[in-house]
Design a protein around this ligand. Structure first.
Ligand code: PGA
Length: 245
């Protein structure tokens, strides 16, 4: 999946039904294979039961397999519900839950062990961006999560922290350049198959076309603008217009 709705801590029972209806009224269902949704854990089952072509994913998993870990949800549990992918290392989790690189690496391994496609999030702060240290920082994040792993398949979401939920989307040419750098780092340094690299941070139906037109942008991870099915549908259409010509 290349265009992913990240619902974060939003959504109650039955919300997916209306969202899917509105999305289907806006975009062509035959192309839904390229779309994904990561609802809260509580809605994973409902989304899966609906049997849409849209891929279903979780926003997080535990780095541990099983045991006395109150409040945690394992890779096996989301696989059991039928999850296709999992978002790992989102900056909100890194910040609010102090997720370090070694923890994210363990989560990556848990996901891979259960045949769940990982979408690894990386991205720099405003301070690092202003200091022109983005590349060094991204390298350290990638190294922390991917070093020593062999022949793994994943997607990467580049999400500058200063662009998430702020309305300040990164400049398209900069996104393209950073994606190219991430691809280059991955092929040079790590034994990974980078399935795609997607951008996240204030993507909406107005700015997504220009972002999707960039050579090294394979899709997007969308928070706020994904909560409304019509809005997500318009973003999906911008993607389909470019990639299904
Ligand atoms: P946003 O969130 O689209 O609301 O900026 C993106 C994300 O955090 O994945």
């Amino acid at each position: 999946m290349k265009v992913i709705a990240n619902w974060k801590m939003h959504g109650l029972k039955d919300d997916f039904l209306l969202w899917h209806k509105n999305l289907s009224e806006t975009a062509d269902e035959n192309l839904f294979d390229d779309l994904g949704i990561a609802p809260p854990f509580t809605l994973l089952d409902e989304c899966k039961t609906y049997q849409s072509k849209i891929k279903i994913g979780a926003q997080n998993i535990s780095h541990l397999a099983e045991g006395p870990f109150t409040g945690e949800i394992s890779a096996a549990m989301i696989k059991n519900i039928g999850a296709d992918f999992v978002i790992l290392g989102h900056s909100e989790r890194r910040e609010l839950h102090a997720e370090r690189e070694d923890i994210i690496k363990s989560k990556l391994l848990e996901a891979l062990n259960h045949n769940i496609h990982p979408v690894l999030c990386v991205g720099e702060s405003k301070e690092l961006y202003d200091a022109k240290k983005t590349e060094d920082f991204l390298y350290s994040q990638l190294y922390g999560s991917l070093n020593d792993l062999n022949n793994i398949k994943l997607s990467i979401a580049y999400e500058p922290i200063w662009a998430i939920g702020t309305g300040h989307v990164a400049k398209s040419f900069e996104i393209n350049k950073i994606h190219a750098t991430i691809k280059e780092i991955c092929s040079r340094e790590f034994d990974v198959q980078l399935e795609n690299i997607i951008y996240g941070g204030s993507v909406n139906d107005q700015n997504s076309k220009e972002i999707f037109e960039q050579e090294h942008v394979d899709g997007a991870l969308i928070g706020g603008a994904s909560l409304d099915g019509y809005s997500f549908g318009r973003i999906a259409n911008n993607f389909f217009d470019i990639h299904n010509r």
